[in-house]
Design a protein around this ligand. Structure first.
Ligand code: FAD
Length: 429
C-alpha cells in the first residue's frame, strides 16, 4: 500500500522539479514506505531551528535532517538584536546564544558616533548542532551526504540513496533566481585573540569612518571576550564578486590601527548576502513545487540580508501547522514567504534609493542620516516592523541622496495607474 509518495502532491498540477527513481525499482518511488514525516534537505540555520521547534512542540512528527557538511549549521556565527525577536522566541532560542551584550552597541560615522541601548547576541553553529543532536535520534541526522535532487516528498543523495517523506522542505540556502533583483552585502571577518584585554565592551555594528570603497563600506566588531574579537570588513555593493584576500588585508590594516598590541589570528568567515531591490516573489515560488524555508524561501531581511529572525519565525509557523504533508506545507510556507515579501516593499524602496540615487562613495550618508533617528524607530526598522509614522519620518526631510534621482526612483516605484474610465471597464465586462 502506498504510504506517501505523491500523496497530496503539489498544490496545483505541475511537473516535479526533478525525476527521482529508486535504484533497483522499476518505476518511480511512489510505493516506497514513508521514511519520515518531514525531511529537512540542507541542515543549516533554518533547518536546525525547525528541527528544534518540531521536536519540542510536536514530538509525534518524525523529522530527519540531511546536510553535506559534518555539523548542523556548518561553521557560522549568527547575530541579531533582542528587538528582532518576540518574548517567547527569545526564550526558546536562548540555549543557542554563545555571546550576549546587554549594554547595547555603537555606530560610528564621519559626522558623529552614537551608542544605542538595544541588546545584541550571537549564536554559534556548535550550539545549534548540539541542540539538534540533543533532540533528534542519531539515525535522523544524516551528515556528510550531498543531496543531488529533491521533490516535494523525496530526497536523493549522492550514491543514489533515496529517502521519502510526507513532505520535504528545501533548506539548502540562498540560490540565484531571475525573479529577484538583488544587490549585495559582502564581508570578510577575522577572529582574533589579543595578548592583553582589548577594552572593547560593546559591539560596533558599523564603523563607517573607513575609506569608502566598492559601495558603502564599514567595519563590524564583536568583542566575544576580554581578549577575543571578530573584526569584519563589509561592503554594500552592486556586484557579488568578493576578493577575500584583498578584504582580509584590509581587515588586518584596520586591526593594526586599533592599537591592540600582539594578536593571534583565528578563524575567518566570509559572506555575500542578498540585499533585495525588487522582485516577483510569486514567480520565484513558481520556479518549482518543493516547500522551502530559510534563504531558499527568500526569507531574509531586505536591508541586511540577515535571516536569523525570519528563520525563528518560520520554525514557529511550521510547528503550529495542523497539516504537514507536502501540499498544505508548500501552501503555508509559500503564503508566509509571499506575504512577508510583500509587507517589506518599503525596505526595497529604500534599498533602491541607496543603490540607485546615491553614488557608491556617498551611500554611507543614508546610514549616517538614518542613525540620528529615535532608537525605537531604529529597532523597528531592523525588525522590518516599521510603522506608517516611522516610514514617513524616514522619508521626510532633505534626502541624503541626489534629489532628482530619488524622485526618479520614487516615480518608478508608484504602481501603474489604470486610466481606463470605470464606465468602459463595466462595458467590457
Ligand atoms: C558568513 C555569514 C555570516 C552571516 N551572519 C549572519 C548574522 O549574523 N545574522 C543573520 O541573521 N544572518 C547572517 N547571515 C545570513 C544568513 O542568516 C545565513 O546565511 C544563514 O545561515 C542562512 O540560513 P539557511 O538555513 O537558509 O541556509 P544555510 O544556513 O546556509 O544552510 C544551508 C545548508 O544546506 C546545506 N546544503 C546546501 N546544498 C546542499 C546539498 N546539495 N547537499 C547537502 N547539503 C547542502 C549546506 O551545507 C548548509 O548547511 C550570515 C551569512 C553568512 C554567509
Amino acid at each position: 500500500m502506498c504510504q506517501a509518495g505523491g500523496r497530496g502532491g503539489p498544490p496545483r498540477p505541475r511537473p516535479l522539479a526533478v525525476n527521482i527513481s529508486t535504484p533497483g525499482a522499476t518505476g518511480p518511488t511512489s510505493c516506497r514506505v514513508r521514511d519520515f514525516d518531514i525531511i529537512l534537505a540542507g541542515g543549516g540555520l533554518a533547518a536546525g531551528l525547525i528541527a528544534m521547534r518540531l521536536a519540542d512542540v510536536r514530538p509525534g512528527i518524525s523529522v530527519a535532517i540531511i546536510d553535506g557538511g559534518e555539523r548542523i549549521g556548518g561553521d557560522h556565527i549568527w547575530s541579531r538584536f533582542d528587538s528582532d525577536l518576540r518574548g517567547p522566541q527569545l526564550k526558546w532560542t536562548q540555549e543557542l546564544y554563545a555571546h550576549r551584550w546587554q549594554d547595547g552597541y555603537d555606530v560610528r560615522f564621519p559626522a558623529y558616533s552614537r551608542t544605542l541601548s538595544t541588546p545584541y547576541a550571537s549564536v554559534r553553529s556548535e550550539r545549534l548542532d548540539a541542540a539538534v543532536r540533543a533532540r533528534l535520534p542519531a539515525e535522523a541526522i544524516i551528515t556528510g551526504r550531498r543531496i543531488d535532487a529533491v521533490t516535494p516528498t523525496l530526497v536523493r543523495m549522492d550514491g543514489g540513496d533515496v529517502l521519502q517523506a510526507g513532505a520535504v522542505i528545501d533548506c539548502r540556502g540562498q540560490r540565484s533566481s531571475p525573479h529577484l533583483k538583488l544587490a549585495w552585502q559582502k564581508f570578510v571577518g577575522l577572529e582574533l585573540e589579543t595578548a592583553r584585554p582589548h577594552g572593547i565592551t560593546r559591539p560596533v555594528i558599523m564603523d563607517a569612518r573607513v575609506d569608502q570603497l566598492d559601495g558603502y563600506r564599514f567595519v563590524y566588531v564583536l568583542p566575544f571576550s576580554e581578549t577575543g574579537l571578530l573584526v569584519e570588513d563589509t561592503y554594500y555593493s552592486d556586484g557579488p564578486d568578493l576578493s577575500e584576500q584583498q578584504v582580509l588585508a584590509r581587515v588586518r590594516d584596520y586591526v593594526a590601527g586599533m592599537g591592540l598590541g600582539d594578536v593571534t589570528e583565528g578563524r575567518t568567515e566570509s559572506g555575500v548576502l542578498p540585499i533585495a531591490l525588487d522582485g516577483d516573489i510569486e514567480a520565484y515560488w513558481a520556479e518549482d513545487d518543493v516547500p522551502k524555508a530559510g534563504m531558499a524561501a527568500a526569507l531574509f531581511n531586505p536591508i541586511t540580508g540577515y535571516s536569523f529572525a525570519d528563520a525563528v519565525a518560520t520554525a514557529d509557523m511550521v510547528k503550529s501547522l495542523s497539516r504537514v504533508d507536502a501540499a498544505p506545507l508548500y501552501r503555508s510556507l509559500r503564503d508566509h514567504s509571499v506575504s512577508t515579501w510583500k509587507e517589506r516593499g518599503f525596505y526595497r524602496l529604500l534599498n533602491r534609493m541607496m543603490f540607485e540615487a546615491a553614488t557608491p562613495q556617498g551611500r554611507y550618508r543614508t546610514l549616517q542620516h538614518f542613525y540620528r533617528m529615535d532608537e525605537d524607530l531604529v529597532e523597528r526598522f531592523y525588525a522590518a516592523q516599521s510603522t506608517a509614522a516611522d516610514k514617513a519620518r524616514i522619508l521626510s526631510g532633505k534626502p541624503p541622496v541626489s534629489l532628482p534621482k530619488a524622485v526618479g526612483v520614487l516615480s518608478r516605484s508608484i504602481p501603474k495607474i489604470s486610466w481606463r474610465p470605470r464606465w468602459r471597464a463595466r462595458e467590457e465586462e
